[in-house]
Design a protein around this ligand. Structure first.
Ligand code: HEM
Length: 390
C-alpha cells in the first residue's frame, strides 16, 4: 500500500487551537504553557503533561484516587450519588464494572449501534448525496442520544436537544479552578438528573438486564443509585462524542485526508486513533493523592490534587498524521488507563466508525460551509459544523 502523506495542515491545527481556547480561555493557555513534564501550579495542583508519567499515575491506585479532596468524587457525588463508577475505587468499583461490562462489550454494542442508528445514518447519506447542507453537530447529538438512551432504558424522545442542553449546562459549571460545585449549582444539576430518573425508573422496576438500571438492580443496588448511574452515563456518553466526531470530520477535511482515506480504508483506524490523540475529547483527568509519593521529581502528599493534562501529553507527540500513526504508542491514553479506563470506549468506537464510514461512502468530497467553536463548555468542541458536497 502506498500512502501519499498530506502535509501536516496549518488550517487543522489552527481550528483545533480555536476550539480549545473557546472552551477554556484561561485554563488552556495556562496548562499548555507548562515547560516541565510535571510541576506544581499554585492554587490548582500538581500538573502532569508527560504521557509516561500520566499513565504511571493512573495505574498507581494506592497513591492516586478518584475519591479524595479535589477529585471527581468531590464534584459529582453530590449530584449523582456515590455509586456511579467515576467516583468509586477498590472492590466495589471493580465489582460494579464487572456487572456492567457485558452491556458495553463490543459484541453487544456493535449490533445495538448498527441497528439503532441505521435509519438516521441512511438519512444522513441521502442528504449528503443530494447535496443538501448538514449540520454534523446536530446529527451526532441525535445519534449519541439514541444509543445511550437504549443502554440506560430511556425512550429516545426523552434524550432530545433540550435535555442535551440541560446536561451541558451541568458540565459547563465545572472549571479547573473550582474543585466543587456550589450549593445552588448542585440543586440545579440534581433537578436535571431527577427528571432523567423519572424516565429510567421503568427500566429499573422492570428489571430489564439489557439496560444499565436493570443490571444495577440485579446487582442489588438501590433505585436511587441506579438513577445516578443513568445520569452519569448520559453525562459521559453524549458530550464526548458530540465534541469528538465533528472535530474528526473537520480535521480530515482541513488536512485533506478525507478523500485519501475514502480511497484506502486501511487508513480508517489510524485516522480515528490519530484524531483521538490530537483532539483528546476528555482533555484532563483529576486525581487526589492519598499516600506520600512522587510524580517524576515532584513529591506529593495526601490531599494534593493532580491534574493530568492528557491533551498536552498526546498532542506534544506531533501533528495529525494517519500515515505515521504516532498514536499507536499511546495505548489509547485518550480513554484513560487502568481501573477507570473508559467503560464506554466500545460504544464510542462503534458510533465513530459508523458515522465516518457513512461520510466516506456518501460524500468523501465534503466541504465545510460554516462552523463555530463552542464557548463556555467543559468538553471542547464545535457548536455547529455545516457540511455540503461541492
Ligand atoms: C470519544 C469519546 C470518549 C472519550 C474520549 C472518553 C474518555 C474517557 C476517559 C479519559 C475516562 C477515564 C477518566 C479517568 O480515569 O479519570 C472515561 C471514563 C468513563 N467513560 Fe468515557 N469517553 C468517551 C465516551 C464514552 C461513552 C460513549 C460512554 C458511555 C456511557 C462513556 C462512559 C464512561 C464511563 C462510565 C467512565 C467511568 C469508568 C470508571 O470510572 O470506571 N465514555 N472516559
Amino acid at each position: 500500500m502506498t500512502v501519499v502523506a498530506a502535509a501536516p495542515h496549518a488550517l487543522a491545527a489552527r481550528w483545533e487551537e480555536r476550539v480549545m481556547r473557546a472552551a477554556h480561555p484561561l485554563a488552556y493557555p495556562l496548562l499548555k504553557a507548562s515547560r516541565k513534564p510535571v510541576r506544581r501550579v499554585p492554587g490548582l495542583g500538581v500538573l502532569v503533561t508527560d504521557a509516561a508519567m500520566l499513565r504511571a499515575t493512573l495505574l498507581n491506585t494506592a497513591s492516586f484516587t478518584k475519591t479524595g479532596p479535589g477529585s471527581p468524587a468531590d464534584l459529582w457525588t453530590p449530584v449523582l450519588g456515590p455509586s456511579v463508577l467515576l467516583n468509586m475505587e477498590g472492590p466495589d468499583h471493580a465489582t460494579l464494572r464487572r456487572r456492567l461490562g457485558p452491556l458495553f462489550a463490543p459484541s453487544y454494542v456493535d449490533g445495538l449501534v448498527a441497528e439503532s442508528l441505521a435509519p438516521a445514518l441512511g438519512a444522513l447519506a441521502r442528504s449528503l448525496q443530494d447535496d443538501e447542507q448538514v449540520d454534523i453537530v446536530d446529527e451526532v447529538r441525535r445519534y449519541a442520544s439514541i444509543a445511550i438512551s437504549r443502554l440506560v432504558g430511556l425512550g429516545e424522545s426523552v434524550v432530545d436537544d433540550e435535555l442535551f442542553r440541560r446536561v451541558s449546562s451541568i458540565t459547563a459549571m465545572v472549571r479547573l479552578s473550582r474543585p466543587r460545585l456550589s450549593p445552588t449549582q448542585i440543586i440545579a444539576a440534581k433537578r436535571v438528573m431527577d427528571d432523567l430518573g423519572v424516565h429510567a425508573q421503568a427500566a429499573y422496576r422492570g428489571g430489564d438486564e439489557n439496560t444499565v438500571p436493570g443490571r444495577m438492580r440485579a446487582f442489588g443496588l438501590t433505585e436511587s443509585e441506579a438513577m445516578g448511574a443513568v445520569g452519569a452515563f448520559v453525562l459521559t456518553g453524549t458530550e464526548t462524542l458530540v465534541s469528538y466526531i465533528p472535530r474528526l470530520v473537520c480535521l480530515l477535511i482541513d488536512s485533506g485526508w478525507l478523500p485519501m482515506i475514502a480511497a484506502d480504508r486501511a487508513l480508517v483506524e489510524p485516522a480515528i486513533a490519530e484524531s483521538l490523540r490530537v483532539t483528546t475529547p476528555s482533555p484532563v483527568m483529576l486525581r487526589s493523592v492519598v499516600a506520600d509519593d512522587a510524580i517524576g521529581p515532584v513529591r506529593v502528599r495526601p490531599g494534593d490534587r493532580v491534574i493530568l493534562a492528557t491533551f498536552e501529553a498526546n498532542r506534544s507527540l506531533g501533528p495529525f498524521d494517519p500515515a505515521a500513526n504516532t498514536a499507536a504508542v499511546l495505548k489509547q491514553l485518550w480513554f484513560g488507563a487502568g481501573s477507570h479506563f473508559c467503560l464506554g470506549a466500545p460504544l464510542a468506537m462503534a458510533q465513530i466508525r459508523l458515522v465516518l464510514e457513512t461520510l466516506l461512502d456518501a460524500a468523501p468530497d465534503s466541504r465545510i460551509v460554516t462552523r463555530r467553536a463552542a464557548r463556555g463548555v467543559l468538553i471542547p468542541g464545535y457548536s455547529t459544523v455545516v457540511l455540503q458536497r461541492p
